[in-house]
Design a protein around this ligand. Structure first.
Ligand code: FAD
Ligand code: FES
Length: 260
């Protein structure tokens, strides 16, 4: 496994909304290996939580060696993380797991919901700026118009950026899945769908993709203790009957194995 533990200096740790922060760390060795859809386990040595916490690789800059994580303040660990200033040092273990797969045929629809949008950013950069095929269509499901900060990270890599909001305060009112049929009609060259977000959202989109014969990958989130396939705390039974470890075999899986 290509993974490292590297101490990273915080370049910035800034709020994007009331409860979401962007954390940028200088970890050139981790960044050199990171692929879209992989994650890192981080430890704030100044904090009180014992276990490392998993976060998807939101973005990387291979030239500067900087890694961006985007996190929601969910509990103690992330609250304490949000108190750290530029210059503080954090231990980063990674990159971990198996990320998204890429093929040079057809267009991709990238779908993110809530803070699950984070790994969609690097995936969008890869498809929209590093690969030669058509740019992805990006569909983001957020609570309301206060969460449009994601555009700054993905707009330049997208053919079209579509939002749904729970309250209709921006874009289409409703859930991300409600917008998928229209997008597929408008972009008949879409051959792949990649999703990261709440399970219920991924399940609905996976079922729709399977019905339409479109390849679909989903990025799963399970509570993780070790992050490297040792503790067996993150396993699930796939549709094939095989038991998978989300941290080591995923977090990205073929939708057929999870929801088929
Ligand atoms: C592969 C993976 C990638 C992730 N990527 C992101 C990301 O990019 N941005 C983001 O905001 N969050 C992400 N998460 C979730 C993030 O790890 C948790 O929100 C974080 O660990 C909470 O820590 P805490 O100490 O603040 O919360 P706690 O006080 O420990 O718990 C608060 C909530 O967070 C959940 N949680 C706690 N520990 C974990 C854990 N180890 N794994 C999953 N859920 C947990 C709990 O179920 C609870 O609902 C990811 C999780 C996984 C498994
Ligand atoms: S978190 Fe320990 S095996 Fe996956």
């Amino acid at each position: 496994m290509n993974k490292l533990v590297e101490n990273g200096k915080i370049i910035y740790n800034k709020p994007l909304s009331d409860d979401v922060n962007a954390l940028c760390l200088a970890v050139p060795q981790v960044v050199a290996l990171a692929q879209p859809g992989q994650f890192v386990m981080i430890k704030n040595e100044q904090g009180s939580t014992y276990l490392r916490r998993p976060f998807g690789v939101a973005d990387v800059n291979k030239e500067t060696g900087q890694l961006v994580l985007i996190y929601r303040k969910a509990g103690k660990g992330t609250q304490e993380l949000s108190q750290l200033d530029s210059g503080a040092v954090i231990s980063v273990e990674g990159p971990l797991g198996k990320g998204f797969s890429f093929k040079n045929e057809g267009r991709t629809l990238l779908i993110g919901g809530g803070v699950g949008i984070a790994p969609i950013i690097y995936t969008a950069r890869h498809l929209g700026a590093e690969m030669t095929g058509p740019k992805p269509v990006i569909l983001l499901g957020v609570r309301n118009h206060k969460e449009l900060f994601w555009s700054d990270f993905v707009e330049e890599f997208s053919e079209k950026l579509v939002y749904t909001t729970d309250d209709g305060s921006y874009g289409r009112k409703g859930f991300a899945i409600d917008a998928v049929p229209d997008i597929l009609n408008k972009y008949p060259d879409i051959r792949h769908i990649k999703v990261c977000g709440p399970t219920i959202m991924m399940k609905g989109i996976a079922e729709l993709a399977i019905k339409q014969g479109i390849e679909c990958e989903v990025s799963l989130e399970k509570r993780m203790a070790c992050g490297i396939g040792v503790c067996l705390g993150c396993t699930f039974a796939g549709k094939s009957g095989k038991r998978w470890k989300v941290c080591a075999d995923g977090p990205v899986f073929d939708a057929v194995e999870v929801f088929g």
